[in-house]
Ligand binder design. Structure first.
Ligand code: NAD
Length: 268
């Protein structure tokens, strides 16, 4: 598989590089980072702590797409919008793991998906993909008087909050319950007062080197159900992203999710 990685010198870019070089059947035909990044000009393999592979970090995505089968983007929300258009123009599928995307970027993704396969996943791990389905089922099965709260913890460098995964879990719970998805009910207790009925709440912890913990709590009268996932190694996201890339190479234009990749969908 001939891959271009965007956000190549970041934590995830390097985790994907290591996972790909372990797998052995991935060739990096481009490694993109932002203008001015310290890694520009350096060898991707060496940056990942491995022998040199002859692929240097550059900054122009369009210039490296002629030989690419798929792009994997783990960069920043501001970069992803333009990357979608560049990939659509070049006819190259794109896996987007970048989080913090706004509605505008999702609109651009819809347009791009008319020309290329597009997969956007706030969390590319197998475990979270399963958790999303379990949350959807639990929200569908439990009565609406169970309050739903989503708690997430991440390392101190994380830019967006709540995490893209927490929002995806909120969307899955909303789908299951048959209510409109809302993303603005982050708990801060500044306003005081009782918890509004029917709200899906988010609580956020930032600190240390936490790779990513998520718990969805269904809180009823006299009982509670907790569905949790803990990531201890970024390699899980990297392997999932590579699996998604391999899947996407064989698809027709359209929008895809991780559930399509690992065939976990229980939705009707
Ligand atoms: P990071 O800050 O370590 O790396 C981001 C990289 O992108 C950096 O090298 C940065 O220079 C580069 N970058 C920034 N702007 C760019 C641009 N305009 N063009 C090209 N490169 C650019 O962050 P990270 O921990 O690697 O996370 C990257 C993204 O992936 C975040 O949005 C994070 O939330 C998300 N993430 C997703 C998953 C998942 O499973 N989908 C898992 C972990 C992280």
């Amino acid at each position: 598989m001939r891959v271009v990685i965007v956000g190549a010198s970041g934590r995830m870019g390097l985790a994907i590089t290591r996972a790909a070089l372990e797998m052995g059947d991935v060739m990096f035909v481009g490694a993109i980072d932002r203008e001015g990044a310290a890694a520009v000009g350096r060898d991707l393999g060496e940056l990942a702590g491995l022998p040199a592979i002859g692929t240097r970090i550059t900054t122009d995505l369009a210039a490296v797409l002629s030989d690419a089968e798929v792009v994997i983007d783990f960069s920043s929300a501001s970069a992803t919008r333009g990357n979608l258009t560049i990939c659509a123009n070049a006819g190259v599928p794109i896996v987007i793991g970048t989080t913090g995307l706004d509605a505008d970027v999702h609109g651009v993704a819809e347009l791009a998906a008319q020309q290329i396969p597009v997969l956007i996943a706030a969390n590319t791990s197998l475990g979270v993909t399963l958790l999303l389905e379990l949350v959807r089922q639990a929200a569908r099965s439990l009565p609406a008087d169970f309050d739903i709260e989503i708690l997430e913890s991440h390392h101190r460098h994380k830019q967006d909050a709540p995490s893209g995964t927490a929002l995806a879990l909120g969307r899955a719970a909303s789908d299951g319950r048959g209510v409109a998805f809302q993303r603005d009910s982050v708990r801060h207790h500044a306003d005081g007062g009782a918890r509004p009925t029917g709200e899906i709440g988010y609580a956020v912890i930032r600190g240390g080197d936490v790779v990513g913990d998520h718990t969805v709590a269904f809180l009823g009268a006299g009982e509670r159900v907790l569905l949790s996932h803990q990531a201890t190694d970024r390699a899980i996201f990297a392997r999932g992203a590579l699996r998604a890339a391999k899947f996407l190479c064989e698809q027709s234009p359209g929008r895809y999710e991780m559930g399509d990749v690992i065939n976990l969908k229980t939705r009707t």
